[in-house]
Each structure stands twice: as C-alpha cells, then as structure tokens.
Write a protein that binds this ligand. Structure first.
Ligand code: ARG
Length: 563
C-alpha cells in the first residue's frame, strides 16, 4: 500500500468516517520541503462540518490517529504533517525500481484493449507542417503511455491523399510540370505547381473546370490520373518518412483517405437505411439539430464525397477491425467542431464504438513568431527546423564536450529531443510559440536538461566499480536523497495520470522535477566517496537514471549515456 493510502486510511479512521477516502485524498497536500513532512492534511475546510476551530480539529485528530505506519505526525496550526518511515520507504522504493528496471510504473489497467490513434496525417503533395509535427509527437507519446498502462495502441497515419485538390495538382503538373524537377525536390515542386494554379486561376477560371474534370477522372479510376496521383503520393511519403525516421516514430498503418474510397457506397447505403440522409439544395446531409450542431454534408450535389464521408467510413472500418475501447484522433483544435459532427453522425448510425470516439485536440504552433501557411508560400519546413536544431546541438557539444565519441549521433538525439520535448512539455491544448534557441538550452525546462541529468547519472555509474542493485537504502540519511526517493515513488501515479488525461506534458513535467531534484542532490552529496552509504547512493543514482530514461522514452525522446 502506498503512503497516500496509508495516510488516507489513518485519517478516515480518526475522523470516524465523517469523510470518505476520496474526500480525504483530495485534501492532502505535498509540503514544499521535506522538513515540514511528506504529506499534509489541512483542516480549515472541516471547521464548518465539525463546529470546531481548525487547530482544535488538527489536535483532536492527532490524538486519535494510529501512527504506527509513520515516523511521526506533527500538528502545526491547522495542519497535520505526516512524516513517512524513511528507511522502510526508501528501501521499498529502490527495490521496486531496480528490480522492475524499464518496466517500473507498468500497469495493466487497459486490459490489452485496442486503441486506434489517428495521428500525424499530413496531406500528400504538401509539406508536413508544425501542426502535423505536433500530431506526430503527441500521438506517438500517447501511444507509449497507453502501452505503459496496458492498452494496445494502433498508430494510424490517416494520410490526406484524396480530394479535389488532386484535380488541381494534376492540371498544374500537366501544364507546367516535368518529371525530372519533381524527382529532384518532390514536395517543393508540387507545392510550386499548386501555388501557381491558385495564382493563375484568378484570371483563368476555366482552369477550375479542367481540374474538376481531372478529379472526376481520378475518382473513376482513369489510368493516367491514377498513375500521377500514385506517384505524387509515393514521393511525398518518402519525404514524410525521412521526418518520421528522424523523430523515431513508426506507424502501424498508413491507410489514408483514399483507402476508404471503395467503402463510401456502403456508408451512404447505411445512412439511407436508417433514414438519416435528407436532401438540401441538391446535396445529401445528415440533420444534427438534436445535437445542436449544423448538418453534416455527406454528398455534394454532383455526388462527390467529402472529408467527413471518408471519416465515417474510416470509423466504421476501425470499429469492425479493432472493436476499440477508445478511438482517438490527435488533430488540431481547429477541427473540434468537425469531430463533434463526426461523432454525432456515428452515434446516429448506431456504430458501437461511437461513444468511445475522442478528439484529442492541440493548440497552434508558431516558430520564432511566424505562422505556417502552404498557400502563401510562406512555409517553414519542418525538416528545416529539425536540421537547424541538430546543428545547434552540434555547436553546443563542440563547445561543452569536444572529445565526446559519436558526436553526430548524440547531436541528433539532443537536437531532435529538444524539439520533441519542447513541444510535449506544454499542455497540449495551449498555443505555443517555439523559439528554437530556448529549447536547446541545457538549463531550464528543456529536453537537453533532462537528458543531461540522465547522462550525468550514467557517468557516475561508469566511474563506480560496481553497482549493487540490492543495496540497503536504509542508510540514505540525506534529506535531498529523500526528496529524490519520493520523486521516484511518484512515477507509477504519474503514468496513470498521463493516461487518464491523454497528456504527455504530465510526463514531461515529472521528468523535469525528477531531474531537478536529482541535480540538487548531486550538487551537494559526494556520491562516489567510499563510505558505508556508497552502495545505497549508487543504487539511488541507478534508479534515477532508469526512471529518467523511461520517462523520456514515453515522450519519444532518446537518452544518450554521454553528452
Ligand atoms: N489531413 C488532415 C489535415 O491535415 C488531418 C486528418 C485528421 N484525421 C482525420 N481522421 N480526419 O488537416
């Protein structure tokens, strides 16, 4: 039983059940420093209920309390301060961490239930934006967190590889494009054609008719249109894969919008069977007034399908293939309304997993104050941001640790890790302005700071002759060691909280806290001094290294042993 539960149980008993365990737990506070106890119970809010002064309540409770589980319990004004049995607690915590290793914090809450995660999902023939980066790294981290909680995530890259824009692109390519240019620099070239199309069609509206005709041909399976589309898709995917490789993100499937083309007729039929389709100005829509939402447009008047039509087919497919216990869409908050409509349509259709559909939104990202937009041509390429970050990391390492072996590999881990961590440490719904140089600092709340704490721990362990993972932690008397132990003991709760909230920032903030606590300890304890506590200190360092590395792994960030 962990300490929070021990404290709760003792209080519930002393209160004669006047508060439930949950009510007690909600009131518990963590004192700022350990000399004021390890958990505190404030009594002000009980004054009304018990018709007594808070100080009196605290004193009465202390008199009644069963304190056998604790080192001591102190009354300070209206507070009851609990001090844990440090020796026992430290020994338990270190033993648990060191025997579990990377599995520490693993739980089976998810019962291996399937959780498709719609993530990344960039659009073919367009550069991957910072928004897609957010979706990729948030989705990837949520997948890791779900696995840690016993779920079975399926990372699904729902590529935007269908839609009328491909009619425009084919038109533009046939007018101004050539194969060799595209091969040299695929996405940039394709964007150039696309931008030119939008410039020229202002004066030449006939271009739009040609584009519509090409998309119609594409939908009808015309060989030339299909071949071009397939080629655009392939070269785009190659570029996307370079970014995924750099980020270390893998997908379980790349079924994009086009994959669902042949599944749309069934969707329309199902909607008809349920009498959900109504005609509106020639188009087919589903009325959602009962949900207080605008109608969902399913088929245009010319019979063309839409984004939502393909998403309904996708959800149906995932429902049948996976029977999802959760069905997640990691997509920017600008699509919040859209996902409400999608969920409502699926509920109307009676799709079994519809109630499990959850949009996991995130805020806008700007880089060094600049917004991204494909149309205007003012694009900050994601690949460029990563490249730049790795370059800065290289310079930093050249300055700080010029003799480091495998410098380039480490620079990559640090540079890419800085971007990923810099994103994930923010609550995902916040908008962020990304100042590249800030993310790379070895100080402050950055990825490199956490990586550096880990590397520091590893460097101590390399210097030590031998690390005894069964070392007796009873001997760790240092108060800063105690703070570090408590931070380690929090990890399993943190893993659960991150999963409940689908919030990687919970892990990132924890990693910063553990790194800070450890750095304080490290700065003042002489860890390698050969005395009776040496093996206990080394065991603590090993445990810190293990948990920092695991926390970073959950975020999708690497932890080099040296940097
Ligand atoms: N391709 C879309 C975009 O870039 C995101 C797709 C999100 N996933 C979905 N199932 N609708 O905006």
């Amino acid at each position: 039983m962990d300490y929070k539960q021990k404290v709760t149980a003792a209080l519930v008993q002393a209160l004669d059940g006047q508060l439930t365990a949950e009510e007690v737990q909600a009131k518990l506070e963590r004192p700022k420093t350990s000399d004021k106890g390890d958990l505190a119970f404030p009594t002000f809010t009980l004054a009304k209920l018990l018709h007594q002064a808070p100080q009196q309540i605290a004193q009465n409770l202390a008199d009644k309390l069963d304190t056998t589980d604790f080192e001591k319990v102190e009354v300070v004004g209206p507070y009851l301060n609990f001090f844990f049995d440090k020796a026992g607690y430290s020994a338990d915590t270190l033993k648990t961490v060191l025997t579990a290793g990377a599995d520490y914090g693993q739980n089976q809450d998810g019962n291996n239930g399937n959780v498709p995660i719609d993530m990344s999902s960039p659009n073919i023939a367009k550069p991957m934006s910072m928004g897609h980066l957010r979706s990729t790294v948030i989705g990837n981290s949520i997948a890791n967190i779900l696995t840690k909680n016993g779920y079975h995530p399926i990372k699904d890259n729902h590529l935007g590889d269908w839609g009328t824009q491909f009619g425009k692109l084919i038109t533009a390519y046939k007018l101004w494009g050539n194969e060799a240019d595209v091969k040299k620099d695929p996405i940039n070239k394709l964007v150039e054609y696309y931008v030119r199309f939008h410039k020229e069609d202002v004066d030449k509206p006939e271009l739009d008719d040609i584009a519509r005709e090409w998309f119609r041909k594409l939908e009808a399976g015309d060989p030339e249109a299909h071949k071009l589309w397939e080629w655009f898709r392939e070269v785009s995917l190659q570029e996307f894969n370079d970014v995924y490789k750099e980020l270390g993100v893998k997908f379980d499937t790349y079924n994009g919008e086009a994959f669902y083309n042949d599944k749309l007729a069934e969707v329309v039929q199902l909607l008809k069977d349920k009498h959900l389709l109504v005609e509106s100005e020639g188009a087919q829509v589903v009325d959602l007034s009962k949900y207080d939402l605008n109608p969902a447009l399913i088929l245009k008047s010319d019979g063309a399908s839409l984004y939502i039509t393909r998403d309904i087919a996708t959800a149906l497919y995932r429902d049948r293939t996976y029977s999802p216990v959760k069905n997640l869409y990691v997509v920017g908050s600008e699509q919040t309304y859209y996902f409400k409509q999608l969920k409502a349509v699926l509920e109307e259709m009676g799709v079994k997993s519809a109630p499990n559909l959850q949009h996991v939104p995130f805020g806008l990202i700007t880089v060094d104050g600049k917004k991204l937009s494909t149309r205007s041509g003012r694009i900050i390429l994601l690949a460029k941001v990563l490249e730049e970050s790795v370059k800065l990391a290289q310079e930093e390492i050249a300055e700080k640790n010029p003799t480091l072996a495998n410098k380039d590999e480490v620079a990559k881990q640090v540079g890419v890790g800085a971007i990923v961590f810099g994103d994930l440490k923010n609550e995902r719904t916040n908008n962020i302005d990304f100042v590249l140089a800030d993310q790379l600092k070895f100080e402050g709340e950055t990825g490199p700071y956490v990586q550096y704490a880990h590397a520091r721990a590893e460097s101590i362990l390399r210097k030590a002759a031998h690390v005894d993972v069964t070392a007796d932690a009873n001997q760790l008397t240092d108060p800063l060691a105690w703070d570090t132990i408590k931070a380690l003991a929090d990890f399993p709760q943190i893993v659960k909280m991150a999963c409940d909230e689908l919030e990687p920032s919970v892990i990132a903030k924890y990693a910063i806290r553990l790194a800070k606590t450890f750095n304080k300890y490290y700065a003042h304890a002489k860890i390698l001094t050969d005395d009776a506590e040496l093996s206990a200190r080394l065991a603590l360092v090993k445990a810190v290294s293990t948990v920092l590395k695991e926390a970073l792994r959950l975020l999708g960030v690497q932890a080099p042993d040296e940097m």
